[in-house]
Design a protein around this ligand. Structure first.
Ligand SMILES: [Mn+2]
Length: 456
C-alpha cells in the first residue's frame, strides 16, 4: 500500500493541475480536505467538488471539464477500470469489482485489508499525502476524524489496523491523544443527562430517550447536574464522578441481561484533537465528524472544507448552525420512519420514507433506527427515500454480528441494484444504492434472496 501511495504521489507531483472529487459524508470531506491541502502545499492551485455518488451526469461533466488530473477520494473504486479518457487517481476504501487493481488506485481491498474498519477514504488519502511531504503529518487528525465518521472504531471500541498507524502519527506530532473513556456521543458539548438520553449501542434501558429519568438517575448517584445555570458536561466531571456513572451504567446493563461483551462497549478509545479548544465540537473526533456530516449533506460543503482546513470563526459558526438543522432533521426523520412503520420480512426489514426524509441522511436514520430500542437488530434494515428525480435512494445497515455470520451488504445491494439498472455498493456492514422509482418491491425480492443465501 505504501508503494502504491508513492506511485500515486508521483503522478500528483507531475501534474500541472488537480481537480478533487470527494464524497459528501464526514470521511469524504476530511479526505477531500487532505487532498486539497496536499495539492496546495505542492504549490498548485487545486479545485474541489463534493458529490453524493459518481453517476453518469458527474462523469459526463468531468469528461467535458477536461482536467489534467482528477483525484477521486472516498469514492471512485467502482469506476477504476472505466473511463480511460479521464486521467485519474483514486484513494478509496469501498469494495471494488474485479479488475480494479490499477497503478493509480489505492484501496485496502486490493491488498487484502478490510476497508470496512482498518482504514477509511481519508486514511488512504493521507497515506498518499504523507509520501509527498513529511509535514503533512499534521493532516493525520483529519484521517482519524474520517475513520470515526465511517464508524471504523465501532467494532472493537477503538481504531485498529492502518488506522492505528495513522493514530501514531497524530500522537507523535502532538495533534491527537487517545484515551479510554465513555464512548457515548457528546462528551464535549452535551449535558450529562442528554448524553445518557441519546445513548445507543448499547441503549440504556429505562434511560435512553427519557430525559427526566436520566436526571433522576444522576441525582440519585449524588452527581450535581448543574453548575449554577449551566448544565455540566462529561468533560466537566472529575474522575471519581465519571467512574461512578460508568460503573452504575455497567451494573444497569448487566442486571438487564446485556452480558459482558455488550456492556464493555460503553468504554473504549476516544480521540482528542489537542490543538483545538476543549468543550467544542472540534475537540473530539466523533463530534467533529458529526459536525462535518451536517455540512456537505445539505449542499454546504465549503463550510465543512473550510473548518477542516483550519478556517474557523465564521465557518465554525455556520457549521454549528447547520448542525442544529441536521439534529432536527434526524429527530424528525426517526419519528417519520417510526410512524411509517418498519415492515418485517424473513431476512430483511424495511421502511419507505418517500419524500419524508432527505436521501442524503436516510443512511444515518437507518443506522440510528437499527440501534434503537424499538427495532430488532437480528436482520438488516433497509431504508428507501425518494430522490425526487425519478430515482430512489436505498440505504442498508447491518450489525457486526450479522457480518460475522456472512452478511455482505455491499455485494447484495450491488447485485440487486444492477439487476434493475441501478448502482449499488459500499461495505459489508453498510451499503447504499440508487434505483429507478417504482422498482422497490422487486429490489427487496432480489436483495432478500441474496441476503438469505449469505446468512444460511
Ligand atoms: Mn468512507
Amino acid at each position: 500500500m505504501i508503494n502504491r501511495a508513492k506511485e500515486i504521489g508521483d503522478i500528483i507531483k507531475k501534474s500541472k493541475e488537480v481537480h478533487i472529487v470527494s464524497h459528501i459524508d464526514a470521511d469524504g470531506i476530511t479526505a477531500g480536505s487532505i487532498a486539497y491541502q496536499t495539492v496546495k502545499r505542492l504549490g498548485k492551485e487545486p479545485s474541489i467538488d463534493f458529490v453524493k455518488q459518481l453517476d453518469e451526469a458527474i462523469i459526463e461533466r468531468l469528461k467535458n471539464e477536461n482536467h489534467a488530473l482528477v483525484w477521486f477520494t472516498d469514492l471512485g473504486s467502482n469506476i477504476s477500470a472505466q473511463y480511460p479518457e479521464i486521467n485519474k487517481i483514486i484513494t478509496d476504501h469501498h469494495s471494488c469489482p474485479e479488475g480494479s487493481n490499477k497503478s493509480y488506485h489505492l484501496n485496502p481491498h486490493l491488498f487484502n485489508i478490510d476497508g470496512g474498519f482498518e482504514i477509511s477514504g481519508a486514511g488512504t488519502t493521507y497515506l498518499v499525502s504523507k509520501t509527498l511531504n513529511k509535514e503533512n503529518i499534521d493532516l493525520s487528525p483529519l484521517a482519524i476524524i474520517g475513520a470515526c465518521g465511517d464508524l471504523q472504531d465501532r467494532r472493537l471500541g477503538k481504531l485498529t489496523g492502518y488506522n492505528q498507524e495513522i493514530l501514531k502519527d497524530g500522537e507523535s506530532s502532538g495533534h491527537v491523544k487517545s484515551k479510554i473513556d465513555i464512548r457515548y456521543f457528546g462528551r464535549e458539548t452535551r449535558s450529562i443527562p442528554k448524553l445518557l438520553q441519546y445513548a445507543n449501542n448499547p441503549i440504556l434501558p429505562g434511560l435512553s430517550g427519557r430525559e427526566q429519568a436520566c436526571i433522576s438517575f444522576l441525582q440519585e448517584l449524588g452527581i450535581r447536574v448543574q453548575d449554577g445555570d449551566n448544565w455540566r458536561r462529561w468533560i466537566d466531571l472529575n474522575k471519581s464522578e465519571r467512574m461512578l456513572i460508568v460503573s452504575n451504567i455497567a451494573q444497569l446493563l448487566l442486571t438487564k441481561g446485556f452480558g459482558h461483551t455488550i456492556t464493555k462497549r460503553i468504554l473504549g478509545e476516544v480521540y482528542i484533537l489537542e490543538k483545538e479548544e476543549e468543550g467544542t465540537e472540534v475537540h473530539e473526533a466523533k463530534e467533529f465528524a458529526t459536525l462535518l456530516n451536517s455540512t456537505a449533506r445539505y449542499g454546504q460543503f465549503d463550510v465543512g472544507l473550510q473548518v477542516c482546513l483550519g478556517n474557523r470563526d465564521k465557518y465554525l459558526d455556520e457549521a454549528r448552525n447547520l448542525l442544529l438543522g441536521h439534529r432536527a432533521n434526524l429527530v424528525e426523520g426517526l419519528q417519520f420512519a417510526k410512524e411509517e412503520g418498519i415492515q418485517k420480512r424473513k431476512y430483511i426489514q424495511f421502511f419507505h420514507a418517500g419524500t419524508g426524509i432527505r436521501d442524503t441522511i436516510v443512511g444515518i436514520v437507518t443506522n440510528m433506527l437499527l440501534n434503537s430500542e424499538e427495532v430488532s437488530s437480528d436482520i438488516p434494515l433497509v431504508g428507501f427515500a425518494d430522490k425526487g428525480d425519478g430515482e430512489i435512494k436505498v440505504s442498508a445497515r447491518g450489525t457486526q454480528q450479522l457480518v460475522s455470520k456472512g452478511l455482505n451488504l455491499s455485494k447484495a445491494m450491488k447485485k440487486a441494484a444492477n439487476e434493475l439498472n441501478g448502482v449499488g455498493g459500499g461495505h459489508n456492514i453498510a451499503a447504499g444504492a440508487t434505483i429507478p422509482k417504482g422498482k422497490e418491491e422487486e429490489f427487496l425480492e432480489i436483495l432478500e434472496s441474496e441476503i438469505k443465501s449469505q446468512l444460511t
